[in-house]
Design a protein around this ligand. Structure first.
Ligand code: HEC
Length: 150
């Protein structure tokens, strides 16, 4: 019984490994590659997302909740859950960002953070294509609060 279960498991795992690589062979080889700065193809321009707004939305509990959620999805891999620059990607060798609390006040303003999300900063690549406009503003409010935490 145990052997049967084990082989069923192996088959299951094997099946789930296959799917995806077959459909997207061109991605499979590059998925885990992280580029250090300066390796964007020459002449490439980060595209801002459609409808990008420079208007800071009103801060509501809903916006902050959305910001916390989107931050967890997009930013914790490097910046860590509390913004200390200790996410899992950093623990595996990616250059560590400063803790948000160590940034000066101007760098922690939501406008500036939205700009960093859109255009990148140093070794951080632009994320406009992954993070939409509304989420960027929500994340920025969350991050500026993380930065203010002791
Ligand atoms: C792949 C890792 C990675 C991810 C994901 C990432 N960052 Fe960064 N971030 C960095 C690194 C590295 C730096 C430091 C860049 C440098 O100084 O060269 C940085 C710097 C910053 C800074 C400081 C900029 C300054 O003024 O010094 C802010 C703010 C920031 N990131 C916000 C975000 C937000 C918000 C997200 C999620 C939407 C995010 N980052 C996702 C790696 C990442």
């Amino acid at each position: 019984m145990r052997a049967l279960l084990a082989s069923a498991l192996v088959a299951l795992v094997a099946a789930s490994c296959d799917s995806g690589t077959e459909e997207r062979p061109e991605n499979a080889a590059t998925r885990a590659v992280m580029r250090p700065s300066g390796t964007l193809p020459e002449g490439s321009v980060p595209r801002p997302f459609p409808g990008a707004s420079t208007e800071r939305p009103a801060v509501t509990p809903g916006l902050l909740a959305r910001g916390a959620e989107a931050y967890a999805a997009f930013c914790t891999p490097c910046h860590g859950p509390a913004g200390r620059g200790d996410g899992p990607v950093v623990r595996r060798g990616f250059p560590a960002p400063l803790p948000f609390a160590k940034l000066d006040e101007a760098a922690r303003s939501p406008n500036r953070i939205v700009d960093v999300i859109r255009h990148g900063h140093g070794r951080m690549r632009p994320m406009a294509e992954q993070v939409g406009n509304a989420d960027s503003w929500a994340i920025a409010e969350h991050v500026s609060r993380l930065g203010n935490a002791p």
